[in-house]
Design a protein around this ligand. Structure first.
Ligand code: GLN
Length: 307
């Protein structure tokens, strides 16, 4: 029975991984990242929320304020030294990382962004889509030079990694089966909730589990987590909001979100602390250039993340 259940879970998760990937040109869903009405919950593990919480900021639709004031010395210009950077990523985090079954290629917002920045700055990368916690493991171990994976910038992570400027803002949200009577964490007492290993959603889940008396089950990837809710083996999950909204829309999943966005943070590109400062420098220069040229907004729109 257990074997059968696992087989079904695996099958379902495969379907889910690919559901979001079947049609690269699918119409974009409505803006997934809309208004965040609640002030972020203060949590020292999660670092500070972005100062501004406007709609425009969340969707990255407005260029950031220039940081250098007139009269200040010119900022340092970073250039490529010829090292081919090994960039590690998530493998199923729509619409930031998805696999196109026809081509066998990964695509998505993060993929297009890092490729466009590398082209703009004239450096070379090799991408490795291994999953979120695996990518983080590679970055810590030194097999990865950089990581882009919808990774939220937090104070706790800043102790181990250096981050680029934020390139997108997202928080997490509670996910339940369609029609579920569960309205929030307070309704989850005695239940089991799915979280993804190594994520800020998992950290937040631990706090909520203690407060409301529910169990957590840890999954390696997002599609496995969605399968677990659909199969009824968990009552809810915690996932990044734009990701679950895109997955529900693209995969027509029988899932719904509950409550407000939790812990909004910027996503950033990361390197090991103190290493490859020129890579962070070039990422920031490239990001600023792509914002100025408008290409950044084109990529947002391509994945239904802009207005
Ligand atoms: N944004 C979340 C985090 O940084 C989840 C990232 C992911 O699952 N790829 O923890």
């Amino acid at each position: 029975m257990k074997k059968f259940f696992m087989a079904v879970i695996c099958l379902l998760s495969l379907v889910l991984i690919f559901a979001a990937c079947a049609d690269n040109q699918a119409p974009a869903p409505a803006a997934t990242n809309e208004v965040v009405s609640e002030a972020p919950v203060a949590d020292e593990n999660l670092g500070d929320a972005p100062a501004e919480e406007t709609h425009a900021d969340y969707n990255g639709t407005e260029p950031p304020e220039p940081e250098t004031l007139e009269g200040e010395p010119a900022e340092q210009v970073y250039t490529w030294d010829g090292h081919v950077y090994q960039i590690f990523s998530d493998n199923a985090f729509p619409p930031f990382h998805m696999l196109n079954l026809d081509t066998g290629e990964f695509y998505g917002f993060d993929v297009d962004l890092i490729e466009a920045i590398a082209a703009d700055q004239g450096f070379q990368i090799e991408r490795h889509h291994v999953g979120f916690s695996a990518a983080m493991g590679h970055l810590e171990a030194g097999t990865a030079d950089g990581m882009i994976a919808g990774m939220s910038i937090t104070e706790e992570r800043r102790e181990r990694f250096d981050f680029s400027d934020g390139y997108f803002v997202a928080g997490q949200i509670l996910v339940v089966p369609a029609g579920s009577p569960i309205q929030g964490f307070a309704d989850l007492t005695g239940e089991t909730v799915a979280v993804k290993i190594g994520t800020v959603g998992a950290i937040y889940g631990e706090t909520m589990a203690e407060e409301h008396g529910f169990d957590l089950i840890f999954f390696e990837d997002s599609p496995m987590m969605y399968s677990a809710i659909i199969m009824g083996s968990v009552a809810a999950a915690i996932e990044d909001r734009p990701v679950i909204e895109f997955a529900i829309y693209q995969g027509n999943l029988a899932l719904e979100t509950r409550g407000d966005t939790l812990n909004p943070r910027y996503y950033g590109f990361a390197v090991r602390r103190g290493e490859f400062p020129e890579l962070i420098g070039m990422f920031n220069q490239g990001l600023a250039n792509l914002r100025a040229s408008g290409y950044y907004y084109e990529i947002l729109a391509r994945y239904g993340l802009g207005n």
